[in-house]
Design a protein around this ligand. Structure first.
Ligand code: GDP
Length: 140
């Protein structure tokens, strides 16, 4: 059943580049409401657990190193059709292929340092939200 929630992370590159405010503005302007938000730094081991599904990919170690290199901003967002609409808002994984005006087109550095994460299903949104937030934080 669709939950109308999705999960996102502003990645270390975008936090370091000073894009947090502009990215949240774009997200809110697109109709998403912030349910939960925090700023934290993952250990490489935690990044590995978050991205475990990619463990066999050649870029896995590099991805985990990047995601644990500095602070990130995980958020849970609410909107009708949240997962699909948010994936459209952020654009393609590779910013060179992302549509004009999308978050990744505007703020990403590269295919790896691509500014933002967005869950790809309702199921993964719930799993990823629970990775970072308690039940109490998710049901304020
Ligand atoms: P997403 O759903 O658009 O985030 O893309 P994926 O789930 O396929 O990949 C997860 C993350 O791994 C991406 O957001 C990128 O940060 C990184 N990534 C994906 N493909 C590549 C690649 O070909 N090379 C590198 N270095 N990183 C990649």
């Amino acid at each position: 059943m669709p939950t109308n929630r999705t999960f996102t992370i502003i990645k270390p590159d975008a936090v370091l580049d000073g894009f947090t405010g502009s990215m949240i503005q774009q997200i809110e302007d697109a109709g998403f409401r912030i349910v939960a938000i925090k700023k934290i730094k993952l250990s490489p081991e935690e990044a590995g657990r978050f991205y475990a599904v990619h463990a066999a990919r050649p870029f896995f170690q590099s991805l985990c190193d990047h995601m644990s290199s500095n602070h990130i901003i995980p958020m849970v967002l609410e909107k009708e059709n949240a997962v699909e609409d948010f994936r459209t808002l952020i654009g393609a994984t590779n910013p060179e292929q992302a549509a004009e005006g999308t978050v990744r087109k505007r703020f990403a550095r590269s295919i790896e340092s691509n500014a933002i994460h967005g869950s790809d299903s309702d199921e993964n949104a719930a799993i990823e939200s629970a990775f970072f937030f308690t039940d109490r934080e998710l049901n304020p």
